[in-house]
Design a protein around this ligand. Structure first.
Ligand code: NAD
Length: 363
């Protein structure tokens, strides 16, 4: 297998602690599945600002451009609240996403049956939940022109523009169908086509794209209904594809169905499928340095990277099975209530050990 390069961005707060565990896991599958991966660690976020005065140094951006995939920990923290806005860690992340053209945001919401009680919904509604929300990330109302606040007839008026051209819809649609193909082959396109012209076009293009994916079942749902269905019967979904605004809201709602922020990975992909993979959670300043952060969201981000960018599904399966196994065996980090039925509270490193042991046991 040819050599492929992964750039690792530990970042701030718990970032370095959780990334260290993901790197251990990657090292093991790299050897056992002969993946030919090499990794380069780069400065990013507040850590880079502290050292060189920029959250996204030129060398880091150049390395990310050359890399096949990027694995990030987390960035930010109260220490940087006083930094100039354009030099804050979040700016580094926004800059990286836009420089790399990462237009497709994947947010899985999974709930291991053993963790169903962490959800705010009834166990039978969420146990075994496994859905993927694909959100368009670089277009729509967050970027559309014209936008602004101006005075018209003596009154201040605020306005934004929800706009998509057909190419933008087509590329996110194609990504949605490809992801559905790698999962349960069902894609639900969420829009508001009964009210918005932009959604009418969205729906037309999705139907057109579907012709190239006859093996995937396409359905459509209005966003208000999708919000209801997510809290009524979330297990009906396989993959949801939607626009920037709708995806922003629905993906956070879906994340909360799982009730455990330390478990959720994410990805942002470009047109070639190269991606930035990171846990959904932030840098958790309140527990930084204590060695108790849950590394599973980051380990699962690494497994998404293997599946969606590096096309190494056997290695991804091995990691995901190992994570399921450690959850089933009762290992819990402090963010998830332990000790109820003989569950074991473990620290960050011990959770990494448990995942590695489960990978070896499954090999
Ligand atoms: P947060 O996600 O960092 O933390 C929220 C709560 O969840 C905290 O109590 C934290 O201890 C807990 N938590 C988060 N991840 C955990 C893990 N892996 N294991 C155990 N517990 C975990 O959100 P916040 O406190 O609102 O933000 C803190 C900083 O992170 C801010 O500077 C924010 O801007 C930044 N942030 C960064 C990203 C990113 O890197 N992409 C995302 C969100 C927030």
């Amino acid at each position: 297998m040819s050599n492929r390069k992964i750039v690792v961005l530990p970042g701030d707060g718990i970032g370095p602690e959780i990334i260290a565990q993901a790197q251990r896991v990657l090292d093991v599958v790299n050897d056992s599945f002969k993946l030919g991966l090499s990794t380069q660690v780069c400065m990013f976020g507040g850590a880079a600002y502290d050292k060189v005065g920029s959250p996204l140094p030129d060398e880091t951006l150049a390395a990310c451009r050359e890399a096949d995939a990027i694995l990030m920990g987390s960035i930010g923290g109260p220490k940087y609240d006083a930094a100039p806005r354009e030099l804050r860690p979040e700016r580094g992340l926004l800059g990286l996403r836009s420089q790399l053209g990462l237009f497709a945001n994947l947010r899985p919401a999974m709930l291991y049956p053993e963790l169903a009680e962490s959800s705010s919904l009834k166990t039978e509604l969420v146990a075994g939940l496994d859905l993927m929300i694909l959100r368009e990330l670089t277009g729509g109302i967050y970027f559309g022109q014209p936008r602004g606040i101006e005075t018209r007839d003596g009154k201040r008026v605020g306005f934004n523009t929800m706009v998509y051209n057909e190419d933008e819809i087509r590329r996110i649609g194609q990504r949605g169908f490809e992801i559905a193909r790698q999962r349960g082959s069902r894609l639900c396109s969420v829009d508001k086509a009964n009210v918005l012209e932009v959604s009418e076009l969205w729906r037309e293009v999705m139907i057109d794209v579907a012709k190239d994916y006859p093996d995937v079942e396409l359905s459509h749902m209005y966003v208000d209904n999708a919000a209801m269905q997510l809290v009524r019967a979330p297990k009906q979904f396989d993959v949801i594809v939607t626009s920037n605004l709708f995806g922003d809201i629905l993906s956070d709602a879906a994340a909360m169905l799982t009730g455990s922020i330390g478990m959720l990975p994410s990805a942002s992909l470009d047109e070639q499928g190269k991606g930035l993979y990171e846990p959904v959670h932030g840098s958790a300043p309140d527990i930084t340095g204590q060695g108790i952060a849950n590394p599973l969201a980051t380990i699962l981000s690494a497994s998404m990277m293997l599946r969606y960018t590096l096309k190494e599904s056997a290695a991804a399966d091995a990691i995901e099975s190992a994570v399921s196994r450690v959850i089933a065996d009762g290992y819990r980090c402090a963010d998830i209530a332990a000790g109820v039925r003989g569950e074991k509270t473990v620290n960050t490193n011990e959770m990494g050990d448990a995942v590695l042991a489960a990978i070896h046991a499954g090999a």
